[in-house]
Design a protein around this ligand. Structure first.
Ligand SMILES: CC(C)(COP(=O)(O)OP(=O)(O)OC[C@H]1O[C@@H](n2cnc3c(N)ncnc32)[C@H](O)[C@@H]1OP(=O)(O)O)[C@@H](O)C(=O)NCCC(=O)NCCS
Length: 338
């Protein structure tokens, strides 16, 4: 599906923020739990360490990390919580199933005017949330949206599965998205999103939803934890990230290599390198944080973007491509002029 500007309005990100739990888990520490090595993890994934939320810690709750990220984004945008019309919280690890994590966050930051809901597209969640916010803002209905991508993937990690547990970490990233004139060059230029539920088996959690209650037996079999077909997921990721990036460039009349910044989902550095190669982009033009945080699901893209913005790498007027894929499978890209 393609959405481009067709009315008087567009939208743009005016503030970003990030938050991570304090506790680090290094590769070396993982070698004490499972049969792996620091060298294998670095070479095969690019990950050196990740952050782990402490179970039961109020500060490390998904919505608490999201609230910290949101407040930082509000400050950058020079807005207050009372300016927010809409909160979209992208997550597949909500604080609670009821109420939504968006409502917990709304309470924490005092955004009393906003309506609030969760978006679940797994690791593509932030990009799906941003695409949804863009649509509402372009319609003219609202002025200011808060989009958060936050996940505590370690709450669903099978620490006995060395093929997956090395990958995941916890965190949250946020963006303030504001309505602007469609003539503003600094805006979201296009949105390309997709999903293919036929590939659900590549990455899923069997229990915990209405399909299967989490009983002691289910827990013993780890059916409430993530199951992933790593090699197959790798191939889908390289293909869809590449295809959706190329579509975004082509539909905007841009050539390969024209990007100033690629902000890809951070699942594996080798996936990112393969996509950059296809786009003919040097790795210096790719915002990376997987080395320090691992795969934080819906938080990877907003936190990597936030880091690039705060370091002064991403400058006004530059062309930035957000490129996501995740369980579902889900995928999509958003091209913007910063
Ligand atoms: C998971 C992943 C890192 C595995 O890397 P890989 O290079 O594909 O490795 P393979 O699964 O082919 O396994 C190669 C060997 O390493 C072993 N291995 C797997 N995990 C290991 C670990 N942590 N430490 C040491 N060896 C490991 C395997 O057992 C296998 O050994 P074998 O050849 O004797 O059977 C990689 O497939 C990946 O990142 N996939 C995509 C993940 C993803 O995108 N997830 C979803 C994001 S939304």
């Amino acid at each position: 599906m393609i959405a481009t500007n067709f009315g008087p309005f567009a939208s743009r990100i005016t503030g970003t923020g990030s938050a991570f739990p304090d506790q680090r888990l290094t590769n070396l520490e993982l070698t004490k739990k499972i049969d792996t090595t620091d060298e294998w993890i670095r070479e095969r994934t690019g990950i050196q360490e990740r952050r782990i939320a402490q179970a039961g810690s109020e500060a490390d709750r998904n919505s608490s990390l999201g609230a910290r990220a949101a407040l930082a984004a509000l400050e950058m945008a020079a807005k207050t919580a009372s300016d927010i019309d809409l909160i979209l919280y992208a997550t597949c690890t909500p604080d609670t199933l009821i109420p939504s994590t968006a409502c917990w966050l709304q309470k924490k930051i005092g955004a009393t005017k906003a309506w609030a809901l969760d978006v679940n597209a797994a690791c593509s969640g932030f990009v799906f949330g941003l695409a949804t916010a863009d649509s509402f803002l372009r319609s003219g209905q609202f002025k200011t949206a808060l989009v958060v991508g936050g996940d505590i993937l370690t709450s669903m990690t099978n620490w006995e599965d060395r093929g997956s547990c090395i990958l995941f970490g916890d965190g949250a990233g946020a963006a303030i998205v504001e309505r602007t004139e469609a003539t503003n060059p600094r805006r979201i230029l296009s949105v390309h999103m997709g999903a293919d539920g036929r590939h659900w088996e590549l990455f899923h959690v069997q229990a915990g939803g209405s399909n299967m209650e989490v009983t002691a037996e289910v827990r013993a079999k780890k059916l409430d934890k993530m199951e992933m077909k790593g090699r197959e997921m790798f191939k889908v990721a390289v293909r869809t990230l590449g295809d959706y990036a190329v579509q975004a460039l082509e539909s905007n009349g841009l050539a390969l290599g024209d990007l100033d910044w690629l902000v890809p989902h951070q699942a594996n550095l080798r996936i990112i390198e393969a996509v950059a190669k296809r786009l003919e982009l040097p790795m210096e033009k790719v915002l990376i944080n997987i080395d320090r945080y691992g795969n934080t699901s819906s938080a990877t893209i907003p936190t990597a973007l936030d880091e690039g913005v705060r370091k002064g790498l991403v400058k006004p007027g530059e062309t930035v491509l957000l490129d996501a894929f995740g369980a579902g499978v889900t995928y999509g890209s958003i091209l913007m002029r910063w």
